[in-house]
Design a binder for this molecule. Structure first.
Ligand code: 25A
Ligand code: L14
Length: 340
């Protein structure tokens, strides 16, 4: 019998994440029978390549999904809220990269290295959520430590690339950098302040408690993915003038005693992680090295000398690949292999 193949749709195909989803499907040889590339009316008629063929972009509508088995969504939260249910009504399973469905108790929130079995919960809504980019890379590094030593509390500060906000933010950083160097006026439209040569302690919207929505995603999504409501997480999320790759300074307090060398040895053999930690030779994870890769890089692993059972580390991954497109396609692979 020929191996099973699937009719796949990508919603938001022309965006920063959508294009990487198309590349990931190709690179990983996902069993695609047919592909539909969907975006807003602005992009209708544009052509994108998939496996050597030109595919014309069509408008995303309620009727886009008849005959589609798996739809990968990355067209923003509002678009997912509106169109994912119509896709599900057509019998299609949606793997959604927006924040729209992540905390819905009837929607699994999955990082394949951490909770692959949660995919089994998809039939309730026919939607599986892809976590926030900053959360994904953090839990890939935390989960092995949690399984072995029990994590009590995490204090994280992020250094996040502009690509997370989409193509317009990539253009904004490019344009502002050029304007500063050429001494012409710096224009801004995506972020409330200049991002070139600056850091903004502001990602997504501010909430009533004074935190940003991005910070609270790291708290709530971490607990849901690791299936442990007792893990305490507090976050400060910061935008930095980097194109691709989020970095995170992560401080962990464990329940059982642990040392930096034990954590390094554990992470060396953990799935999806690469330890890059030779500070004497100036070797540590960097976003420019992580860009275009699918692993989560961990370095600067040290004992926190201010408390018992404390560890500090530096965690870097490509936010558009492992933080979004790659993780979404990995979820689709589990669906295809075990459920559809
Ligand atoms: O709505 P939100 O939640 O606030 O999300 C805002 C943006 O965040 C990105 C994504 O930007 C999204 O639009 N995004 C969302 N989740 C993300 C994640 N997890 C994420 N980024 C990273 N990680 P993007 O520009 O990279 O991708 C947008 C894609 O979504 C399609 N799209 C948008 N609205 C849609 C829609 N598709 C269907 N129906 C809708 N209503 C979008 O297609 C793209 O594929 P497009 O055709 O709208 O855009 C194609 C080109 O047009 C440029 N462009 C974008 N916005 C405008 C624009 N041009 C003119 N005016 C605009 N307002 C883009 O540069 C793109 O090249
Ligand atoms: O997926 O970097 O929840 O501006 C929304 C904010 C993705 C990153 C999400 C950013 C994020 C995005």
């Amino acid at each position: 019998m020929a191996p099973k193949e699937y009719n796949v749709a990508v919603a938001g195909a022309t965006g920063a994440v959508g294009r990487q989803m198309i590349s990931c499907l190709e690179e990983r040889n996902f069993p695609v029978k047919s592909i539909k590339l969907l975006a807003s009316s602005r992009s209708v008629g544009r052509r994108l390549r998939f496996n050597g063929q030109e595919v014309e972009v069509a408008e995303l509508t309620e009727n886009s999904f008849s005959g589609v088995d798996i739809a990968l969504f990355s067209a923003g939260g509002g678009t997912s809220k509106r169109f994912a249910p119509s896709a599900a009504e057509h019998g299609c399973v949606v793997v959604d990269n927006s924040s729209a469905w992540r905390m819905d108790p009837d929607v699994p929130l999955v990082v394949p290295e951490v909770n692959p079995l949660a995919v089994a919960g998809y039939p309730k809504k026919h939607i599986i959520a892809n976590p926030n980019c900053s959360t994904i890379q953090m839990v890939v590094a935390l989960n092995p430590i949690h399984q072995a030593y029990g994590i009590k509390r995490v204090v994280v500060s992020t250094y996040q690339a502009v690509s997370g906000t989409g193509l317009k933010a990539i253009e904004e950083l490019t344009g502002q950098t050029r304007a500063r160097m050429e001494n012409t006026p710096v224009e801004k439209s995506v972020y409330p302040h200049q991002i070139a040569f600056n850091c903004l302690p502001h990602i997504d919207v501010f909430l009533d408690n004074g935190y940003t929505k991005e910070e609270m995603k790291m708290v709530n999504e971490t607990r849901k993915i690791m299936a442990d409501e007792d893990i305490q997480v507090t976050a400060t999320t910061v935008r930095v003038p980097v194109f691709y790759g989020h970095s995170e300074a992560v401080n962990i307090e464990t329940r059982q005693p642990v040392s930096a060398s034990e954590v390094a040895a554990l992470l060396e053999k953990s799935p999806g992680v690469k330890v890059v930690d030779d500070p004497q030779n100036n070797v540590y994870p960097l976003p420019i090295d992580a860009a275009g890769k699918d692993l989560t890089y961990v370095g600067r692993i040290r004992d926190d000398e201010s408390i018992a059972n404390g560890i500090n580390m530096w965690v870097v991954a490509d936010n558009i690949r492992k933080g979004a497109a790659t993780n979404t396609v990995q979820i689709a692979e589990i669906l295809a292999a075990d459920y559809l």
